[in-house]
Ligand binder design. Structure first.
Ligand SMILES: NC(=O)c1ccc[n+]([C@@H]2O[C@H](COP(=O)([O-])OP(=O)(O)OC[C@H]3O[C@@H](n4cnc5c(N)ncnc54)[C@H](OP(=O)(O)O)[C@@H]3O)[C@@H](O)[C@H]2O)c1
Length: 293
C-alpha cells in the first residue's frame, strides 16, 4: 500500500524515547502493507534508505518500495543483504512465516528479531529462526499513517537497549506498549489489532442513522468521523475516567441521556464484550493452527 506516512509529532510517553532515526540496520522479511508502513515512517524520520534491507518475492511490491522510499528490496534472502542487520522484522502472513524463516534466518541469527505475524507463538519463532532475541508485536492499521498502537511481548530475555531499538523503529508507526505475558497479546489483538474495524463499524452505524434523519451522506460522514476523532482526542487529553467524561455530556432528561438509555437497554456493553472475547478466542485458535510444527 502506498499510503503516505506522517512524521511523528506527538510527545506521548510511549513513543520512542529520544526520537530521531534508530541508527541501526533494519531488515524486513516481507514487503507488504505493514512493512511499507514502518519503512515509510523510518525514511520520513531521516533513516538512510541504505540502512533498510527488504526481502520480498513479489516484483510489484519491490518496485513500490523502491519508487516510494528508495529502498532496495531483493527477491530472495542472501548473506550480503542481511548479515549487517541489527534488527530483522518478520512482516509476512502467518502461514508464510515458517518457510520464510527457513530461507532467511540463517543469514541473521545474531540479530534482534521482531515478528509482526499475527498469532505465531514466540516459541515457534525462536525454533524456526534459531534466534536468541525475539519479540512479538501486534500492530494495527492506523500504523499506515503513523497513528497506530502496537502491543509488544519479549519472548526471550532482552537488554533495555534491545527494547529501545524496537521502540525507536516502531515509533515510525505510532505508539507502542509492552505486555508482561504472551497470552495478553491475544487481548491486544482483540482490542486494538482488530479495533479499527469496530470503529469503522460504529461509524457506519452513525452515518447510516444521520442519513436516515435527512442529512446528506457527505455531511453524515463528516459529522460522524469528526465526532469520533474529537471525542478520542478529548479522552486522550484528559486524566478523567471515561464514565465521567460521558456523564459530563449526558444531562438527565436530555438528548444524550435518551440515546444512552437505549444503548444500555440493548445491553451494548455486554455485546461488545462478547465480540471482543470472540476475537480473542479466534486469536488463540490461530496460534494453535499456525504455530504447529
Ligand atoms: N495489516 C494489518 O492490519 C495487520 C495488523 C496486525 C498484524 N498484521 C500482521 O502483519 C503481518 C503482515 O501483514 P501485511 O498486511 O503487511 O501483509 P501483506 O501486505 O500480505 O505483506 C506480506 C508480504 O510478505 C511477502 N512474503 C510472503 N512470503 C514471503 C517469504 N517467504 N519471504 C519474504 N516475503 C514473503 C508477501 O509476498 P506475496 O504477496 O508475494 O505473498 C507480501 O508482500 C501479518 O502476519 C499480519 O497478520 C497485520
Amino acid at each position: 500500500m502506498n499510503t503516505p506516512n506522517t512524521p511523528n509529532t506527538s510527545n506521548a510517553t510511549s513513543r520512542a524515547a529520544g526520537g530521531g532515526t534508530p541508527g541501526i540496520v533494519v531488515g524486513f522479511i516481507g514487503g507488504g502493507n505493514m512493512a511499507s508502513a514502518i519503512v515509510g515512517g523510518l525514511v520520513a524520520q531521516g533513516m538512510p534508505a541504505a540502512d533498510i534491507r527488504v526481502v520480498e518475492p513479489f516484483a510489484e511490491a519491490r518496485a513500490r518500495l523502491a519508487d516510494a522510499f528508495g529502498v532496495e528490496a531483493r527477491e530472495t534472502p542472501s548473506e550480503d543483504h542481511l548479515a549487517a542487520c541489527d534488527l530483522v522484522v518478520w512482516a509476512v502472513k502467518p502461514q508464510n512465516l515458517r518457510e520464510a524463516a527457513a530461507a532467511a534466518a540463517p543469514f541473521a541469527r545474531d540479530a534482534l528479531h521482531l515478528s509482526i505475524a499475527a498469532g505465531i507463538p514466540g516459541d515457534s519463532i525462536v525454533r524456526w529462526t534459531g534466534a536468541r532475541r525475539v519479540v512479538r508485536a501486534m500492530p494495527n492499521t492506523p500504523a499506515l499513517i503513523g497513528q497506530g498502537i502496537t502491543g509488544l511481548f519479549a519472548c526471550t530475555p532482552l537488554e533495555a537497549d534491545d527494547r529501545q531499538k524496537i521502540e525507536r523503529v516502531l515509533a515510525a508507526t505510532g505508539e507502542c506498549l509492552w505486555v508482561e505475558r504472551e497470552a495478553l497479546l491475544d487481548a491486544v489483538t482483540a482490542l486494538s489489532g482488530s479495533g479499527p474495524a469496530y470503529v469503522f463499524y460504529f461509524l457506519e452505524a452513525m452515518v447510516a442513522s444521520g442519513i436516515a434523519m435527512g442529512l446528506a451522506p457527505a455531511q453524515a460522514r463528516q459529522l460522524a468521523i469528526r465526532t469520533f476523532s474529537g471525542a478520542s482526542a478529548l479522552a486522550a487529553a484528559s486524566a478523567d475516567p471515561l464514565p465521567e467524561l460521558r456523564a459530563r455530556v449526558t444531562s438527565k432528561g436530555g438528548t444524550t441521556h435518551a440515546a444512552i438509555a437505549v444503548l444500555e437497554a440493548e445491553g451494548m456493553q455486554q455485546r461488545f464484550g462478547k465480540a471482543l472475547e470472540a476475537a480473542r478466542q479466534r486469536a488463540q485458535t490461530m496460534a494453535a493452527e499456525f504455530g504447529r510444527d
